[in-house]
Design a protein around this ligand. Structure first.
Ligand SMILES: Nc1ncnc2c1ncn2[C@@H]1O[C@H](COP(=O)(O)OP(=O)(O)OP(=O)(O)O)[C@@H](O)[C@H]1O
Length: 114
């Protein structure tokens, strides 16, 4: 039980670190603004669940991207095309997640407006 609690405390520390990262903070602020915007519409429970899942997908992608960036800065701080590819790949993951989240948001809000 003590070990399990310790593992949770490490994980919460990780979340705390993520919430201090500039890129993660930006995504969290965008997510909160989007949720405020969506609250003006009469959304069903399922629609809220889908939107929250999309927000979670983008935040988790950003957290993974930050992990990759920090890892690369630690193991290979020098300029290198391979590091560039890895970091751009990570940024691409966030972009792809954001694109699909935006698409789903537009579909849900579009269906309400129409
Ligand atoms: N060591 C490197 N070698 C080659 N290119 C790099 C290297 N580090 C970064 N880059 C390029 O610069 C871009 C930005 O990298 P950086 O690590 O500054 O990310 P960032 O998104 O600006 O992160 P943050 O602002 O959160 O620190 C990368 O996507 C990559 O194209």
């Amino acid at each position: 039980m003590k070990q399990l609690l310790a593992k949770f405390s490490y994980a919460f520390r990780g979340v705390g670190l993520a919430l201090k990262d500039k890129s993660v903070i930006v995504q969290v602020v965008i997510m909160l603004l989007a949720l405020v915007f969506f609250s003006f519409f009469d959304l069903s429970l399922i629609e809220w669940c889908v939107l929250l899942m999309c927000c979670g997908m983008v935040i988790v992608a950003e957290m993974f991207n930050t992990v990759i960036e920090r890892m690369m800065n630690f193991i290979h701080p020098e300029c290198d095309d391979r590091v560039r590819d890895i970091k751009d790949f990570g940024a691409g993951v966030v972009l792809a997640a954001s694109f699909f989240a935006l698409l789903i948001g537009i579909l849900i809000i579009g269906s309400k407006i129409i």
